[in-house]
Design a protein around this ligand. Structure first.
Ligand SMILES: *Cc1c(COP(=O)(O)O)cnc(C)c1O
Length: 373
C-alpha cells in the first residue's frame, strides 16, 4: 500500500462513531476540540470530518493554531483561548474567530484590535471555577463585567459565551469537586445576568463532563479525547467500556528479523538479556517519534495476531521486539483499538506512567497520518 516504514491510520468511521457517542449523551451543541493538531490525528482532517458531520464549532487552544486552522477550514466557528500580551489580534478578528477573554490586559488589547479592524470581536468570558489556570475569579466579576457590557454597548465586543473548565471531571468515583465548580459557574451566570449581559452559550464540559456529569452540559460541550476514541480517564473506564473506538492505529514494518542465542543482551545497556534462543525483530520507530522511552521492556505490539514484547530500551529511531516467526516486512501494530486485539494508547500510558492524551499527541511528524475508511 505504501513504501513508508511506519504510519498512523486515522479512521473516519471510528471518529463518526465516537461523535455518535457524544450525541447519545447530550442534546447540547458540540465544539470538537482539535488542539495540538487534533491530538496528533491531524486537525484539518478532523475539522473537515466534524464539519461534514454537522459540528459547527471547533476549539483549538492556541490562538495561532486557531488562525492556522481557520485559514484552511473556512467553515463554522473557531474558538481559541491561549495567547500572550502583544499578540496580533487583528488577524483573528478579521477572520471572524471566537476568542476567550479571562484577563484584564486581554480586554484592553482585544478591544483595541477590534476598534482598529472596525468590526466587533466575538468574545467568550472565561471564569475560573476551580482550575487556577485561566479566567476571572468570581469575586472580580462585579468589577470586570461592566467593562464587557460597556464594550458590547459600544459595538466593540459581541458577547457570545460564558465558559469555564473542570479540574476533576474525570474522577467521578473519587471526587465531588465538579459540584463545587457547577455551583460557582451558576454564580457566574447570575453575575452576568445581573450585569445586564445576555450570552447564548454557556459551556463547561470536556469529555469527562459529557460522559459523567450531565449537569455540566449547558448549551455546548467541548469533547476532545473521546472523539479520538480514548477514555478521559482509563482508571475509571477504558474506552471500549465506554463504547468508544480508537481513531488512531500506529503501525510499522519490520526492517530486520533474526535468531539470537540465549544470553544475548539487547540494545543499549543490555537491560534485557535473552533467556533462550529467541527470534528478535527491529521496529523502525523510536522515541524521536513519540514512542515513549519508559515503555522499554514493558509494552507489547501486535505481530500476526499475537502480542510481541519490547525487548531492551526504546532507541531514538528504532526498538527491538521478540516475535516468533517474524520476517522483515511484516507489519506490527503498536497501538490501536482494543476490539481489534491491539494494545491501546491507554495501556501504553499506564505502562509508561503517562496519560492516553500524551501518547497520541506525541506521535511524531515522521510517522505519516493516513486517513482510512
Ligand atoms: C483540552 C480541552 C478540552 C477537551 O478536553 P478532553 O478531556 O480532551 O475532552 C475542553 N476544553 C478545554 C478548555 C480544553 O483545554
Amino acid at each position: 500500500m505504501t513504501a513508508l516504514p511506519s504510519r498512523a491510520l486515522i479512521s473516519r468511521s471510528a471518529f463518526e462513531h465516537n461523535l455518535g457517542v457524544v450525541r447519545a449523551k447530550t442534546d447540547s451543541k458540540i465544539m470538537a476540540i482539535i488542539k495540538a493538531d487534533g491530538y496528533g490525528h491531524g486537525a484539518v482532517r478532523i475539522a473537515q470530518w466534524a464539519w461534514e458531520d454537522g459540528v459547527e464549532w471547533l476549539g483549538l487552544a492556541q490562538l495561532s493554531e486557531g488562525v492556522w486552522l481557520r485559514r484552511q477550514h473556512p467553515h463554522g466557528r473557531v474558538f481559541s483561548w491561549i495567547y500572550s500580551p502583544g499578540t496580533d489580534f487583528v488577524t483573528p478578528i478579521e477572520l471572524g474567530m471566537d476568542i476567550s477573554i479571562g484577563a484584564d490586559w486581554a480586554i484592553d488589547e482585544i478591544a483595541a484590535a477590534a476598534r482598529e479592524v472596525g468590526q466587533p470581536v466575538r468574545v467568550h468570558i472565561k471564569v475560573d471555577t476551580g482550575m487556577a489556570r485561566g479566567g476571572f475569579d468570581l469575586d472580580r466579576l462585579p468589577e470586570v463585567l461592566p467593562r464587557f457590557k460597556a464594550l458590547a454597548d459600544e459595538g466593540i465586543f459581541e458577547l457570545v459565551g460564558l465558559w469555564s473548565h473542570l479540574a476533576c471531571g474525570d474522577m467521578p468515583s473519587t471526587s465531588n469537586y465538579t459540584e463545587v465548580q457547577v455551583a460557582k459557574f451558576e454564580q457566574a451566570r447570575m453575575a452576568v445576568r445581573d450585569a445586564g449581559i445576555t450570552v447564548q452559550l454557556h459551556h463547561l464540559a470536556a469529555s469527562s463532563g459529557v460522559m459523567w456529569h450531565p449537569q455540566t452540559h449547558y448549551d455546548m460541550v467541548r469533547p476532545g479525547i473521546m472523539l479520538y476514541g480514548l477514555s478521559p480517564n482509563p482508571a475509571e473506564a477504558y474506552a471500549h467500556e465506554l463504547g468508544l473506538r480508537a481513531v488512531m492505529q500506529v503501525e510499522a514494518d519490520l526492517i530486520l528479523a533474526r535468531d539470537v542465542p540465549a544470553g544475548t543482551g539487547v540494545t543499549y545497556g543490555h537491560t534485557y538479556v535473552t533467556d533462550k534462543p529467541t527470534r528478535l525483530a527491529v521496529v523502525p520507530v523510536g522515541y524521536a517519534d513519540g514512542i515513549i522511552r519508559s515503555s522499554s521492556n514493558k509494552a507489547t505490539v501486535t505481530h500476526r495476531g499475537r502480542r510481541a514484547p519490547i525487548r531492551g530500551v526504546v532507541c531514538m529511531d528504532q526498538f527491538v521486539i521478540e516475535a516468533p516467526g517474524a520476517q522483515a516486512g511484516d507489519t506490527v501494530v503498536l497501538f490501536g483499538d482494543a476490539n481489534d486485539g491491539h494494545e491501546t494508547a491507554e495501556r501504553w500510558a499506564e505502562i509508561a506512567g503517562s496519560i492516553d492524551f500524551e501518547i497520541v499527541c506525541k506521535i511524531g511528524e515522521r510517522i505519516p497520518r493516513i486517513s482510512v475508511d
